[in-house]
Design a protein around this ligand. Structure first.
Ligand code: TUI
Length: 315
């Protein structure tokens, strides 16, 4: 069994987080991951606090295992959602897409474990100082809002820069990815794209099918100019973004084009003109499985690889 500081810190069986994916990771998916021994994460995205609250209540009905909530710091509801997490005394908060500095104190005072996602060493060091319990370093292979550095390069650099445990994210889709992350010094992994294909994931079937059909070159990063670059599967919407970029369109025009598009893809199933956020590892993924099957399969494979490496058997 791979049992690490992350398992001990969060009281989970396997050191794996399900990535908090806006419009995709609801209480049902998160509960299934937590029940299987990982850390299920409800994504609050741009949702209003009432909806986030009902998802927190739902997961508590579905599981008594630890779970996380993800706050997307670009959300217009970030203040209320941050307060809601304190009132609800959620076990773990994962932050993304920005700087959670101003909320750290109230969360820590409420006894909540806080794990920020960072795209660079400087942010990792900063959040450690502010009291983060662990850090997720996310490489540019990930889906959705991304930084510039690859998982291969950012993980060992963050590991060397902080004392708290590091969770690697971006590009991890099977046991080989887990073993690689551990070789780089991570004490856990966060996996998003593979959980899109979980049977318990209620994203529209068209979205799942597009991830299954994707190959290694199927993703592209759009909207770099807006300051919020997003990795998506190529489609007509991605082409429209590329055209705007070529024509030096304004940030406002690009933001307007992106509005509501994740909902259009994930909930309405429009994978042609909607935003189909996905990591580069989509090309490796080919089937739907239960969360339990995903986690057990990934860790069995990782353990086998790590045992062989330790024994000098590189077949
Ligand atoms: O947050 C994510 N992934 C996301 S959020 C999202 S919703 C969205 N939709 C449209 C535009 C933008 C977002 C879809 N996918 N991953 C975690 C993550 N956080 N990746 C990178 C970062 C990050 C970036 C900058 C964390 C901190 C940070 O600080 C920089 C600053 O200047 O505050």
């Amino acid at each position: 069994m791979i049992y690490t500081e992350i398992c001990k810190l969060l009281n989970i069986k396997y050191p794996i987080f399900q990535g908090g994916m806006a419009q995709i990771s609801d209480a049902k998916l998160a509960a299934a991951v937590s029940e299987a021994g990982g850390l299920g994460v409800i994504a609050s995205g741009n949702s209003p606090p009432a909806l986030v609250k009902s998802e927190i209540h739902k997961i508590r009905e579905l599981t008594d295992k630890p779970f996380g909530v993800n706050v997307m710091l670009l959300s217009p509801h970030v203040e209320e959602v941050s307060q809601l997490f304190v009132e609800e005394k959620v076990p773990v908060i994962i932050t993304g897409a920005g700087n959670p500095g101003k909320y750290m104190r109230i969360w820590k005072e409420a006894g909540i474990k806080v794990v920020p996602v960072v795209p660079s060493v400087a942010f990792a060091k900063h959040f450690e100082k502010l009291g983060a319990d662990a850090i997720i370093c996310e490489g540019t292979e990930a889906g959705g809002h991304v930084g510039e550095i690859t998982t291969m390069c950012i993980t060992p650099q963050v590991v060397d820069a902080v004392k708290i445990p590091v969770v690697a994210a971006g590009g991890i889709g099977d046991g080989r990815g887990i073993a690689a992350a551990f070789c780089l010094g991570a004490k856990g992994v966060q996996v998003g794209t593979r959980f899109i294909l979980a049977k318990e994931c209620r994203v529209h079937q068209n979205y799942k099918d597009k991830v299954i059909k994707a190959n290694d070159t199927a993703t592209v990063v759009t909207g770099r100019k807006t300051g919020h670059p997003v990795r998506v599967l190529k489609n007509r919407l991605a082409n429209q973004f590329r055209e705007l970029e070529k024509n030096n369109a304004s940030v406002e025009e690009m933001e307007e084009l992106g509005r509501g598009k994740l909902y259009q893809a994930a909930v309405l199933g429009d994978v042609v003109y909607g935003s189909v956020m996905s990591g580069q590892i989509a090309g490796l993924l080919s089937k739907e499985q239960s969360c339990k099957e995903i986690i057990v399969e990934m860790f069995e494979e990782a353990e086998k690889i790590m045992k062989n490496l330790a024994g000098g058997n590189n077949e």
